[in-house]
Design a protein around this ligand. Structure first.
Ligand SMILES: [Zn+2]
Length: 248
């Protein structure tokens, strides 16, 4: 039997004919999976993707999960508990960190810290070090800002998890390629890089993930030149369209 995925070169003629990678689900010309080796981490990772998050070209959820031997990725809107989402028992959900979507800014609460734990009121928690050291897993919500908010509200078990926010040391490498889906401006892959490296105290985790993101974006830019229908340019903001039309 011939496998359409085995010969990407023949398929590059048109977007319809291009097969997807079964692992990262990106069109094969955009796939960088072969350069990914799963990392061992003390922490588990759970990525919940909103079903309408369809950005196959620039999305990072599956690529992020591929980086960790201990990662689970689920697509859906709601799960009855952390254990059900994860597919295994969880002794204490408060030992799982969830990236909080509120308006608190890490730089204002604890300047220089990449990960800040919040209390139930959304303020900086006391005993930062003790809280962060007992974290054994991380929940990330993948989607646009409003999709991530929908996931938050539809999964009340997240209230039992430890809320954290990020104070990334550098802006997202997406740059102008896409409008940032998260308030902290990071892709799911970059958020995982900051969190998993900081909580596991292993900076090399962040370096590995950021390098993979760099390769993904470099591949995207290459494909923008050779096969632009696979790597669409970001839609201009509506406001700017409006001004441009007025000038004409
Ligand atoms: Zn792939």
């Amino acid at each position: 039997m011939s496998d359409p995925a085995s010969n990407p070169a023949e398929d590059v003629a048109g977007a319809d004919a291009v097969a997807d990678c079964p692992r990262c689900r990106k069109p094969l010309p955009l796939c960088i999976c072969d350069s990914v080796t799963p990392l061992q981490s003390r922490l588990s990772l759970l990525i919940l993707q909103h079903p309408q998050e369809q950005d196959r070209a620039l999305g990072t959820a599956r690529l992020t999960a591929l980086h960790f031997a201990n990662a689970v990725m689920k697509v859906g809107l709601s799960w009855p508990s952390l254990a059900k989402a994860l597919g295994r028992p969880v002794a204490d959900p408060s030992r799982w960190a969830v990236l909080y979507l509120g308006s608190a800014k890490a730089a204002a609460l604890d300047p220089g810290k990449e990960v800040v734990a919040l209390n139930r009121k959304g303020e900086m928690a006391e005993n930062q070090r003790a809280i962060l050291e007992r974290i054994e897993g991380v929940v990330l919500l993948d989607g646009t800002w409003s999709q991530a908010k929908a996931l938050w509200w539809r999964n009340p078990w997240m209230l039992k998890c430890q809320r954290v926010i990020l104070g990334p040391k550098r802006p997202s490498a997406y740059g102008q390629l896409r409008r940032e889906p998260r308030r902290d401006g990071l892709s799911t892959l970059e958020a995982a890089a900051v969190l998993m490296a900081a909580l596991d105290k292993r900076p090399e985790i962040a370096a590995t993930l950021q390098a993979a993101f760099g390769r993904m974006l470099a591949r995207f830019r290459e494909v923008q030149g050779s096969n632009p229908e696979l790597a669409p340019r970001p839609k201009p903001r509506r406001q700017r369209d409006f001004r441009r039309r007025r000038k004409l």
